[in-house]
Design a protein around this ligand. Sequence first.
Ligand code: PMP
Length: 433
Amino acid sequence: MARSDNRSGALFSEAQQVIPGGVNSPVRAFKGVGGKPVFFQSALGAYVKDVDGNELIDYVGSWGPMILGHNHPDVVAAVREQALKGLSFGAPTALETELALKVRQLFPSMELLRMVNSGTEATMSAIRLARGFTGRDRIVKFEGCYHGHSDSLLVKAGSGALTLGVPSSPGVPEALAENTITLTFNDLDSVEETFREAGSEIACIIVEPVAGNMNCIPPVPGFLQGLRRICDEHEALLIFDEVMTGFRVALGGAQAHYDIKPDLTTLGKIIGGGLPVGAFGGRRDVMKHLAPLGPVYQAGTLSGNPLAMAAGLATLNNIVQPGFHDDLTDKAEQLLKGIRHQADLAGIPLRTVQAGGMFGLFFTEQETVERFDQVMACDSELYGRFFHAMLDEGIYLAPSAFEAGFISAAHGDQEIEQTVAAAGRAFQSLLNQ
Ligand code: PMP
């Protein structure tokens, strides 16, 4: 099926004249799948509409925030109502406390929390706080996990850094990168060993409790529990980066789902309902080290922005409805079951992974995909061809084999059936290429 893309192509050429690579965030450039990015003009529910008039069923959902679907009426109404009262004050508002209380109710480990403007700011601030609190400089992260683009965390990173083949970025001073120890996700032995050697120098472990930036990899049983124990033994802080998993894997995030209490948590995406918001928080004694209570500095002109708070609150007020996450999980299951079935029919080896409302597609014959090297052994070129075949069918998947997929409450049976049927035709077209 031919999809028109003339207008997208023209806009991309124009954008490249003024924006590096034509995009404001690298994965959008389609480097991971080849071809030219699709420019969007509007969205509603499970659908996005591109500038050439194509309607696409969307499994990216702005990379996670649109858990209610696009332009949910409650969210739009809340933003509109607030916009009439003021766009930004740089002074406290009741909305900030209301959202903070709501978040704490869902994430009780976040005894105190602070709003920021992105996931990057949340993780960067949490790392600084962990260092300030412990008086230690070194941090542990896992290869293929992505925690935003701050210097300390851009070492062997996932997401766009991985897609573009620059997991450790030029521009990050060696002296800083040396303080980031990168280990293998789901390999507890390497964590034990590292802490045996250098435990007293390590401020924290930061981890995506379900890794969503090297495709989608849940923790193996005992991994997160082991991290908790090791941090306790060495008086290091455990930071769960729930920017992606928060409110998505379960209402209370991965920490509720796996029943682990981190010292600090970072949030983003859903908490802003599509507007730029992040948050970090955790143990009261740790958070009290933050300015103005303590010496660790962190600030933001637009932090707690009223429009963003209003959008976040309207989103959270919707997803707390009973059964919301069960439904979301069922939908993702239904989708993956259908896609697997179609792959089987075509004889294409495909593994799928699911954690609540997020999922991963791995083109591989490997029995399991639990570690970074196993992700890298999957056929990302085949994913790229599948991506384009699906795009031609009107289905918008993540434009990289290293990103998780997201489903929303607005995806109904019809959209899922349509997607599964499209996958069947897409798989067949791969065989014919
Ligand atoms: N942490 C995780 C787990 C993420 O997935 C992301 C972004 N995908 C970030 C941090 C950074 O968030 P942002 O892009 O809002 O800066």
